[in-house]
Structures are given as C-alpha cells and as structure tokens.
Design a protein around this ligand. Structure first.
Ligand code: G3P
Length: 214
C-alpha cells in the first residue's frame, strides 16, 4: 500500500518526503485555503519536491469548466493528477479525461455504488472518505471492503485511495483490506512511528551499551 500525504503545506510535505515513506500528495480546496497562498504557488512548491502523484482538485461544477481546468492542471507536469468530485458532471469529466489520457482522482466518494461509477468512467483513483462516514455513525471501512471486492470481481484498474483518514488504525485497516493507497494527514503519519515499547527498548539498549568495555 502506498502512502500519500494529505496536505498542501509544503513544510509538512518536505518533512514526510525526507522520511522516505511518502509516495505522493493529495490536496483539496480546503487544504489549499489553509496555506493562505495562491494555488499556482502551492502547485509550484509541491511539484518541486514530489516526483510521485500529486492530486489537484478542479473547482468548476459544470462539465465544460471541469474539463478546461483538468486540461490546465494535467499540463503542469506528468505526475499531476486531476481531482474531480463525484457528481454527474464529475463522472462525465472523468470519462472524458480517461479518453484523453488524463489521470484522475475521483473524490467525495461515500458509497460503493458511487465508486462503481468512477471505475466505469475510467478513474485512475477513487477516494472514499472514511473519517467523514465514521463521523455520521457509518462504518467507513465497510465501503473500502465493498469497493475492493467489487473492483476485484470485475478487474477494474481504478486504484482504491483511502481518504479522510483520522488515526493510525484507519491505516492498518486500509492495508488489511488491500487498499492501493492511503492518504494520511501529517499528524497521523507522524503517529505511525510511535510505540512506547520502541522508546523503552531503545533506552535500555543505550543504557546497556554504556556497560560494554571499550
Ligand atoms: O483529501 C480529502 C480528505 O482526505 C479529507 O479529509 O479529514 O477533511 O475528512 P477530512
């Protein structure tokens, strides 16, 4: 399972890349707004440090508007992926992008039925929002299980990108279900390293090491 970092914050991206475990980046309009920088600057910063897939979301709501943004976004660099919301116009744009060889990440997916449409339209990635489903007392991970089963049944190439991840157990569950990618906020990525037994074990090794004669 690949790890993408779910942020538009360049300092966080640089740090995750320096750890050697960051395969790509996902952004959305809310994450870009948090940076308080223009989108062009955010894209320039991220593309200068990340070679893997970088998802940038369209903000038009109609098919024509989405397509004109998609063409502009896709032309930035070969590793830039066009993020498109799962609406009728979005699925239509996903199909047109797929026909034109433009990579897409279909976002705001909350059901296996929606994910089926994205795969049918030729999406490169589908992004089911797990945490937001948990927030409304739905089992977010259940749709990951459903989607991986359905995609497996029919041999769809669309990669399952688990999004709206809130804590390390989501990462473990996503991997257990065979998701292709998990996009993880910086604080969750950081938490994946933590285990008190690692700290205790290392402290003991260092203490004992001092007793080894030189
Ligand atoms: O990038 C989309 C997604 O990961 C958003 O997560 O935490 O805002 O539900 P969240």
């Amino acid at each position: 399972m690949k790890f993408f970092i779910d942020t538009a914050d360049i300092a966080q991206i640089r740090e995750a890349v320096s750890w050697g475990i960051c395969d790509g980046v996902t952004t959305n309009p809310s994450l870009v707004a948090k940076t308080k920088k223009p989108l062009a600057q955010v894209i320039e910063e991220i593309t200068s440090v990340v070679d893997g897939p970088i998802s940038i979301e369209v903000t038009a709501l109609d098919f024509e508007g989405m397509m004109s943004e998609a063409r502009r976004i896709a032309a930035i660099k070969s590793n830039v992926v066009v993020k498109i919301p799962l609406t009728k116009a979005g699925i239509q744009a996903t199909k047109a992008c797929s026909d034109a060889g433009i990579k897409t990440n279909v976002t705001l997916c909350f059901s296996a039925a929606q994910a089926r449409l994205a795969a049918k339209a030729g999406a490169t990635y589908i992004s089911p929002f797990i945490g937001r489903l948990d927030d409304v007392a739905n089992e977010g991970m259940q749709i990951i299980e459903d989607i991986t089963t359905i995609y497996g049944n029919y041999g769809f190439d669309t990669q399952v990108l688990v999004a709206s991840v809130r804590h390390p157990i989501h990462v473990v569950q996503a991997a257990r279900l065979g998701a292709d990618v998990c996009t993880v906020p910086f604080d969750v990525l950081d938490k994946l390293f933590l285990h008190p037994l690692t700290d205790i074990g290392l402290a003991k090794f260092m203490e004992d090491w001092k007793k080894v004669p030189t």
